[in-house]
Design a protein around this ligand. Sequence first.
Ligand code: NAD
Ligand code: UDP
Length: 316
Amino acid sequence: MNKTILVTGGAGFIGSHLCEKLLEMGEHVICMDNLFTGRMENILELQKNPNFAFINHDVTEEIHLDKRVDQIYNLACPASPIHYQYDAIKTIKTNFLGALHALGVAKKDHARILQASTSEVYGNPMVHPQSEEYWGNVNPIGVRSCYDEGKRAAETLCFDYHRMLGVDIRVIRIFNTYGPRMCINDGRVVSNFIVQALRGEPITIYGDGSQTRSFCFVTDLVNGMIQVMNHEEEGFTGPVNIGTQQEISMIELAGKVIKLSGSKSEIVYRELPQDDPVRRKPCLDYLKSIVPWDELIPVDRGLETTIEYFRKVLGS
Ligand code: NAD
Ligand code: UDP
């Protein structure tokens, strides 16, 4: 039987790929978004599908749906530092109230809910790689806190709804993800470097570029999310890390982007933002114990696809 699935943040970068995949699987998708960082063009093709519905709604307001849903993916929240710091109060409200309202729907409909949490719950980690048992090293009052602490509070809410009310939850901690449909101006490193390289502008490395991140291509992430959502095991909730162990420094990333795009851009160094994590790589043992996680898209190939996407976007 086909499921009816609510995807909050469904017009965004990851959300639009998720909606697309769920429709391919024959599911009915309700995409809810206030288009803060999401775009209608991300879901333009999907709107031709009769199993797809779009609702323009801000998740800080209560969610009332005409239809009962079977599953909820709660993704609504700006993910790039520029966007989530633009209105920090709104960001923490989106994280907390958005999760509260989505959990309310899950409770009412007896639906399973997957919360898109983040590696940012580990803050600037003191252990490496980061496993789910690690509680993190997060600054509660810094410029990233609206996002990091918002996501941590959302995880807390999920587990309290699970313990107190029996809501069926899945919490995933997503590590850095990239690919087509990232916003051209969202300031995240992959989109920044590619757009700069294609325009022949200087590539801006923050700090000395030795900080690392582990990058996952968006289609791999979406496949993993769906498998975790549908993992049937008594008592399974997560949290579970999701991403890759393809850890590279920002200098290495800049080199790859320049090479793969054939750019002549030079590298320039800019001030490191406050609380910028030094190293980030997930421990994936738990994920691998529940889903097949071997055949992942290598960074070079994913970057090529993403460069092609941005070439088209800039060309038009
Ligand atoms: P994105 O900014 O492209 O997507 C977020 C979507 O949420 C957008 O469509 C936006 O319009 C919508 N949104 C924001 N506030 C809203 C509100 N109040 N009401 C309704 N909709 C709202 O970001 P993304 O990269 O696609 O991230 C999706 C989710 O995954 C986020 O929750 C993010 O925290 C999480 N995540 C992403 C990454 C990553 O590397 N991309 C890493 C960790 C976690
Ligand atoms: N970064 C950079 N140049 C840029 C944008 C980002 O060197 O033009 C760095 C940033 O300081 C961080 C890393 O790239 O160390 C990843 O940044 P992003 O915003 O993509 O993700 P996050 O910091 O949330 O992991």
